[in-house]
Design a protein around this ligand. Structure first.
Ligand code: P1T
Length: 384
């Protein structure tokens, strides 16, 4: 059956894959090699040097392209390395419009690395597409979207943003880390580039740091491949293997992440000591309609604020958790809790971060796939 006809739950297993050419291995071997023998200069079996290409990484890149409904996948050493490659498409003087509520490391990359090279970044609440339109000028080249946002769980209308991008001939990139292609497929909604921290749900087991890009356009793919090879922040063969293995269970893991996430979000919302819960599945979430339209379910990421809480009290809750692990990162099978103001978003100046809602009392949960009753009991004892 042609690959195009496969449904998502089959693509995660078979998409872009074929048995290894040497011995028919069903899983691609970990080609732990830097180089490949040549019979004469330039005569080889398709691989020359593992920065340029490696068979295990190619297997992952083909899988990524398939599950995101793209044509070309590129795997990097981290999510930030993948983002770095996208920004390197730009020239000094170019401008980027980005979500104002995004992963702290993405903000740091933009402001502290690329601004030095003359690229200007604007940050705005993209839930209002008009806010983006107001910032577009002749220097604008790229719209960088993260949805749902980390950690405020705002949802941005990808179709509306892509229409705006096309009208103004701008590139549009979407960080699809929180949703994964199981929940939303940005290329189908008009985005040019999908980016992942594959460290998270795609890998799914908190055992690698990997990044990914997927595109449909051949010219754009060539430009990104040039940067991947010329800058060199590639994903290694062992990590490629681990992410590829993770992707094969993405659909079953995501189903449970979403189900557990819904139960935890409802539990927190009804809890008398909780002030506010940020989860796009609630009908009173300001972007619920868009989320219901562009996502297949609402995911396992939740942020919340305990009532009358401050920095110290929020920290004391996360310290008391026993089944949830207090840690950076998200998207693994195990539940994690984080305190964005002092952890993932500490690199954003306090006044900037608070403007988008990342206050000192905010707690972020990555709901894993454990028994949900154990997770609820853990939150109950920590909240008190
Ligand atoms: O950590 P790395 O693989 O380089 O990916 C960076 C990144 C990019 N985009 C989003 C939405 C992310 O959440 C991340 C990494 N985030 C965390 C480590 C975190 O705990 O939020």
């Amino acid at each position: 059956m042609s690959e195009k006809k496969l449904r998502f739950n089959s693509k995660v297993i078979h998409g872009g894959q074929s048995p290894d050419k040497a011995y028919g291995a069903v899983m691609p071997p970990i080609y732990q090699t830097s180089t490949y023998a040549q019979t004469s200069p330039g005569e080889h079996m398709g691989f020359e040097y593992s920065r340029s290409a490696n068979p295990t990484r190619s297997a992952l890149e083909n899988s990524l392209a398939s599950i995101e409904n793209g044509k070309y996948g590129l795997a990097f050493a981290s999510g930030l390395a993948a983002m770095d490659a996208v920004i390197k498409l730009l020239e000094p003087g170019d401008e980027v419009i980005s979500t104002n509520d995004l992963y702290g490391g993405s903000y740091r990359l933009f402001r502290q690395i690329f601004e030095k090279y003359g690229i200007k970044f604007h940050f705005t609440g993209m839930q209002e597409v008009g806010n983006i339109a107001a910032l577009i000028n002749p220097k604008t080249k790229l719209i960088w979207v993260e949805t749902p946002t980390n950690p405020m769980m705002n949802v941005i209308d990808l179709k509306a943003v892509s229409e705006l991008a096309k009208l103004n001939k701008l590139l549009m990139a979407v960080d699809n880390t929180f949703a994964t292609p199981y929940l939303q497929q940005p290329l189908d909604l008009g985005a040019d580039i999908v980016m992942h921290s594959a460290t998270k749900y795609l890998g799914g087991h908190s055992d690698v740091v990997v990044g990914a890009l997927v595109v449909k356009d051949e010219v754009l793919a060539e430009k990104l491949y040039f940067i991947q090879n010329a800058s060199g922040a590639v994903c290694g063969p062992m990590d490629s293997f681990l992410v590829l293995r993770g992707i094969k269970t993405l659909h079953v893991r995501m189903e449970r992440h979403c189900e557990n996430g819904m139960h935890i979000a409802k539990f927190l919302k009804e809890h008398p000591k909780i002030e506010k819960v940020y989860w796009p599945g609630f009908e009173d979430h300001p972007n619920h309609d868009i989320a219901a339209r562009q996502m297949n379910a609402f995911g396992g990421m939740i942020s919340f604020i305990p009532k009358g809480s401050n920095f110290k009290e929020a920290v004391s809750i996360v310290e008391k958790l026993k089944v949830f692990t207090l840690a950076e990162s998200l998207g693994g099978v195990e539940s994690l809790a984080g305190h964005p103001a002092s952890m993932t978003h500490a690199s954003i100046p306090k006044n900037e971060r608070e403007k988008s809602g990342v206050v000192d009392s905010l707690i972020r949960l990555s709901v894993g796939i454990e028994d949900v009753q154990d997770l609820i009991s853990d939150l109950e004892q920590a909240i008190g």
